[in-house]
Design a protein around this ligand. Structure first.
Ligand code: FES
Ligand code: FES
Length: 568
C-alpha cells in the first residue's frame, strides 16, 4: 500500500500494481495511454516530481509521497495553450501519442521556457509517434514555448475551410487533452476482460482441448472453444479462411491462431485461467518460406486447399521475351523486400456489450467497420450486431482485418456482459497482417538511348497463415510493376503462397511499393550502363497523356509525370 498525490489529490493504492494500471483502471485517468505496457513507446508518459516518467514502469508501492501529474491535471490555461499549440502546428494525427508528448513538453517548458531545438528533441527522445514524423511536434513545442513566454495565444492562421487553407483538426482538443475515447478508454459496469489462448506451434493438429480446470477457477465467466461459435468459424474480408478458433481435429496455421477464448473478472484471473487450459497437439513440420511452400509435395498449410497457392496472376502484353532478346542492353536482377510491421501506436482493442435493443454492440479501432459488422454477424449467426468505430490510434492498413472484435463479440454474446479484449504489444505484432515479403526476378531490355523495349518478371510473395488481402495485393503488385513508363512489351507472373508465418495484408502502397522498388532499381542500373542520369532515363521513358501504359491503361490529361520530373 502507498499514498501519493495525483493531480493535486491525495490517493492511496491499496494493492501494488503498475502506476499505469492504477491511473487508468482505478482513477479513470485515460489520457495516460497504454501503447506497450513495457516501457518502450512513451504513450503513458506522466510527470513525477517534475520529471517525465513512463507510467507502465514504476510500481505504486515505490511512489510513497510522490507528486504525479497527468494531462487531466493541467491548469485550464495550460490545457488551452497546449491544445492550441498542437492543433495549430498540425502535430495531431491519430492522437494516441499526444498526451505523452504534452507531458514531455510541459516538463521541459516548466524548467526552461526558451529551449533550443536540440533540447526539444531531447525532451521527446523516449516517445514514439508513428504518424507525424516529429517535425510538427517540434513545431508545436516551439509554439507552446512562445505562448508560455508571452502569455498570449495568437490568432489561428486560418479557419475558413477553403481549399488550400491551413485549418486546425476538429478533433485536436480531445486528442491533446486525452478526453477522446479509443476502445481501451471505455470502462463499463460489470466489464469482463477477455483474451485468446493461442497456438503453441506454427503448424500442428489440435487433438484435444480440456477447459475444465479453467472453467472451475473462481472469477472465470466463460471459456469458449470452436464448438461454442453459433455462426461461421471461418471469416475474412474476401476469402473466408481466417479461423475464429481452431477446432479439435483442425490444423493450426500459425502461432497467432486462437484455440480458446476466456473471459474473467480481472486481468490476473484471465491469465491464470489461460494457463489452466490443456491442449494436446500433434506437432507437424511448418512451412517457413516461399520455397518450402512451393516445393513439390510440400505439406499443406490448409487441409481444405489443394496446395499452398493462395493467389496467382499472369499479365502479358506484346512480346516481352522477344523484345528483350533483341535489345541492346539487358539487365536481370533478383530483388527481395522484407515484411514490414505497421507499428501503429495503439494496440488492437474492442469493447462489446449488450445494448438497449438486445444487440451486441462493439466499440472497435478499425479500418473497415462495415466489414467488421458483416464478419461479426457471420460469426454470431445473427444480424443483431452493431459496430461503432472509436478513435483509431493508427492503422496504415494493419487494422483492416478482424483481430479482437469477433472475440469480444462472442464473449459478450455468451456471457451477456460487457467484455474488453485488448492485445498485448507482442500479440499485436504476431496477429495482424504485415506488408508482404516479396521475392522478385526482373529482366529489362533497353535500346542504346535507354528507351525501354520490354520487361519480364516473376514475383513470389508470402501471404502467411490466411489470405487477408493477399490476392488484391498481388494483383496490384503485378499491374503496377511496369512503372509509369511508355513501352508495350511486358509480362509478369505472380504467385502468393500460404505459409505458417504471421499473415500479410494491406499496408500503404498495397503491393506496389515492392515491385516498384525492383523496376526503379533496374532503371537506375540501366542508366548507369548506358551512361545517362537516373533522371534522364525516367524523362525519356515517362508516360505522357494519351499514351498507353504497359498494363494497357490509357493515361489521361491529369497525368503529370513529365511536369513532376521537370519540377525537380
Ligand atoms: S512506454 Fe508505457 S505504455 Fe508504452
Ligand atoms: S499522432 Fe503520434 S502516433 Fe499517431
Amino acid at each position: 500500500m502507498s499514498t501519493f498525490v495525483v493531480n493535486g489529490q491525495t490517493v492511496t493504492a491499496e494493492k501494488n500494481k503498475k502506476l499505469l494500471r492504477f491511473l487508468r483502471d482505478d482513477l479513470g485517468l485515460t489520457s495516460v495511454k497504454d501503447g506497450c505496457s513495457e516501457g518502450a513507446c512513451g504513450a503513458c508518459t506522466v510527470i513525477i516530481d517534475g520529471v517525465t516518467c513512463k507510467a507502465c514502469v514504476p510500481d505504486t508501492d515505490k511512489l510513497e509521497g510522490r507528486n504525479i501529474i497527468t494531462v487531466e491535471g493541467l491548469s485550464d490555461w495550460e490545457k488551452e495553450m497546449y491544445t492550441f499549440a498542437y492543433a495549430e502546428a498540425g502535430a495531431v494525427q491519430c492522437g494516441f501519442c499526444i498526451p505523452g508528448m504534452v507531458m514531455c513538453t510541459k516538463a521541459l517548458l516548466d524548467k526552461n521556457p526558451d529551449p533550443t531545438e536540440a533540447e526539444m528533441r531531447y525532451a521527446i527522445r523516449n516517445n514514439y509517434c508513428r504518424c507525424t514524423g516529429y517535425v510538427k511536434i517540434i513545431d508545436a513545442i516551439k509554439l507552446a514555448a512562445q505562448i508560455k513566454r508571452t502569455g498570449v495565444i495568437p490568432e489561428p492562421s486560418n479557419d475558413d475551410w477553403k481549399i488550400g487553407s491551413r485549418v486546425q483538426r476538429l478533433d485536436a482538443e480531445e486528442k491533446v487533452l486525452g478526453t477522446g475515447k479509443y476502445p481501451d478508454d471505455y470502462y463499463m459496469e460489470g466489464m469482463l476482460y477477455g483474451s485468446a489462448l493461442r497456438s503453441k506451434y506454427p503448424r500442428a493438429r489440435v487433438l484435444s482441448i480440456d477447459t475444465s480446470a479453467a472453467r472451475a477457477l473462481p472469477g472465470v465467466a466463460a471459456v469458449l472453444t470452436a464448438e461454442d461459435i453459433p455462426g461461421e468459424n471461418k471469416i475474412g474480408h474476401l476469402k473466408h479462411d481466417q479461423y475464429t478458433m481452431i477446432p479439435v481435429g483442425g490444423l493450426v496455421h500459425y502461432l497467432g491462431d486462437a484455440i480458446a477464448l476466456v473471459a474473467a473478472e480481472d486481468r490476473e484471473t484471465l491469465e491464470k485461467a489461460k494457463k489452466l487450459i490443456k491442449v494436446e497437439y500433434e506437432v507437424l513440420p511448418a512451412i517457413h518460406n516461399i520455397q518450402e511452400a512451393g516445393a513439390a509435395g510440400a505439406p499443406k498449410v490448409f487441409d481444405e486447399e489443394k496446395d499452398n497457392v493462395c493467389a496467382y496472376k499472369h499479365i502479358s502484353r506484346g512480346d516481352a521475351a522477344g523484345e528483350i532478346s533483341r535489345a541492346k542492353h539487358v539487365i536481370s536482377r533478383h530483388f527481395e523486400t522484407p515484411w514490414t510491421e505497421h507499428a501503429f501506436l495503439e494496440p488492437e482493442c474492442a469493447v462489446s456489450y449488450i445494448d438497449q435493443d438486445g444487440d451486441v454492440f462493439i466499440y472497435s479501432t478499425d479500418q473497415s467497420a462495415h466489414q467488421t459488422l458483416h464478419e461479426c454477424c457471420m460469426a454470431l449467426g445473427t444480424d443483431k450486431v452493431k459496430v461503432q468505430n472509436a478513435l483509431v490510434g493508427g492503422g496504415f492498413g494493419g487494422k483492416e482485418d478482424m483481430t479482437v472484435q469477433h472475440h469480444a463479440a462472442l464473449l459478450t454474446y455468451v456471457t451477456r456482459r460487457p467484455v474488453k479484449v485488448k492485445l498485448t504489444r507482442a500479440e499485436s505484432l504476431l496477429v495482424h497482417p504485415k506488408r508482404h515479403h516479396f521475392e522478385m526476378d526482373f529482366t529489362m531490355g533497353c535500346d542504346e538511348n535507354g528507351i525501354i523495349k520490354g520487361v519480364k518478371a516473376k514475383v513470389y510473395t508470402d501471404t502467411g497463415a490466411f489470405a487477408s488481402l493477399g490476392g488484391p495485393v498481388l494483383e496490384r503488385a503485378c499491374t503496377h510493376a511496369a512503372g509509369p513508363y511508355n513501352y508495350q512489351n511486358f509480362e509478369i507472373e505472380g504467385t502468393a503462397y500460404y505459409t505458417n508465418n504471421p499473415p500479410a495484408g494491406a499496408f500503404r502502397g498495397f503491393g506496389v511499393t515492392q515491385t516498384c522498388f525492383a523496376t526503379e532499381s533496374l532503371l537506375n542500373m540501366m542508366a548507369d550502363e548506358i551512361g545517362i542520369t537516373p533522371w534522364e532515363i525516367r524523362y525519356r521513358n515517362a508516360i505522357r497523356p494519351g499514351q498507353v501504359l504497359p498494363n494497357g491503361q490509357i493515361v489521361d490529361e491529369s497525368t503529370g509525370l513529365v511536369e513532376t520530373l521537370e519540377a525537380i
